[in-house]
Design a protein. Structure first.
Length: 363
């Protein structure tokens, strides 16, 4: 909430299903003074079978409302055109809407271009997970702060809590907010992923229902092998579809925040990814019933925590390249000049060796 410019008249909140968009909107509604000035509405409500957003906004403004929170906005046809009308005709009204990350706000809805401020809602960072579990209030740090001052930052944190005591649990089930009120987190994640495939991707990308098993199988194959260098032709053969369709499906899965596509540094075309990762470490347990490799899990954690606010590519001398800095994840004893090493199972580091867990304090 602190990152959002709430003075903007039109705000879009994008986030994957299950990440907490509805809770986020409701918490914001509680924080707005004057209960009659703020209204939360789910556009999946049957009310909108015979009513429009415009009519709702008009009536709301007439009774003194000034903040309209619209959830599940992509379920409503022509939603972007009606929001543009409201923006132009009700200058005192602030509108905050939430929807799927698969929505292409600027590309597919040019009427909102230059008007809407878009923000992404992410799952728990490792910092937020520790704060929730331990009742602490650790602050976030920039990447430069962690790289340059990681020894002092880590020492300050471990004086108050043992981060490694919570690290494995976070990798297993700590990314999604289900931990706050549910015991069977894995079952909830499985249901969420299926809903993303069957509703959000299928609906927004207009994929025929008969093609859904192929999309599901592709995600299964990726989850079993990620991170890996994809052989698109082999994947197409296993899924029984064309190479072009596999490439499209991978983009859809990325937009839905189920996978990450890592491209080679300097690759301006970005047609074929150098590696495919699951979007967060919790998802790696989705199809790996025999266990998940530690190195793969740790690299996925690193990509997830840094990929939220950084552009990441495949480095030539390290696993990842971010703003010209090279990073390698793992316990390799060979040190390359100019590479920053994110090492697991250490509380504090030294020089260019940084504790892996500390990269979970970026947001």
């Amino acid at each position: 909430m602190d990152d959002i410019d709430w003075s903007a008249r039109l705000i879009g909140i994008k986030g994957s299903r299950g990440i907490g968009k509805t809770t986020f909107l409701l918490n914001y509604a509680k924080s707005v003074s004057g209960s009659k000035k703020c209204l939360y509405v789910d556009l999946n409500n049957f009310y909108f079978a015979t009513h429009t957003i415009i009519a709702l906004a008009d009536n709301f403004c007439k009774i003194g409302g000034d903040t309209l929170l619209l959830d599940q906005v992509y379920k409503y046809p022509e939603w972007s055109k009606e929001l543009r009308y409201c923006y132009d005709n009700y200058p005192s009204l602030h509108i905050v809407f939430a929807g799927s990350p698969v929505m292409r706000l600027k590309e597919a809805n040019p009427e909102l271009h230059g008007l809407v401020k878009v923000y992404s809602l992410e799952g728990f960072s490792f910092r937020e997970y520790i704060n929730y579990k331990c009742g602490t209030e650790f602050q976030k740090y920039s990447l430069d702060e962690i790289v340059e001052n990681h020894e002092l930052i880590a020492q300050d944190i471990i004086r108050k809590v043992k981060p490694l005591a919570y690290f494995e649990d976070y990798l297993n089930h700590g990314f999604y907010p289900y931990i706050m009120n549910e015991n069977d987190v894995f079952s909830s994640i499985t249901k969420t992923v299926n809903l993303i495939l069957e509703i959000e991707i299928s609906y927004l990308q207009q994929i025929e229902h008969k093609c859904m098993p192929k999309l599901r199988k592709l995600l299964y194959l990726i989850a079993q092998s990620a991170p890996f260098q994809p052989n698109v032709s082999k994947l197409a053969t296993e899924v029984d579809t064309s190479r072009a369709t596999v490439m499209n499906y991978m983009v859809y899965l990325k937009q839905a925040r189920l996978i990450h596509l890592l491209y080679q540094e300097g690759d301006s075309n970005q047609k074929k990814p150098a590696h495919i990762y699951m979007q967060n470490p919790n998802l790696m347990y989705l199809c790996n019933y025999g266990g998940v490799g530690k190195e793969e899990l740790h690299k996925t954690f690193f990509f997830n925590q840094l990929g939220y606010k950084n552009e990441i590519t495949r480095g030539t001398a390290g696993d990842f390249c971010i703003d010209g800095k090279l990073f390698a994840v793992g316990s390799s004893k060979k040190s390359k000049p100019g590479v920053i090493y994110a090492k697991e199972m250490i509380e504090t580091g030294e020089k260019n060796i940084v504790p892996l867990w500390l990269f979970g304090f970026l947001y």
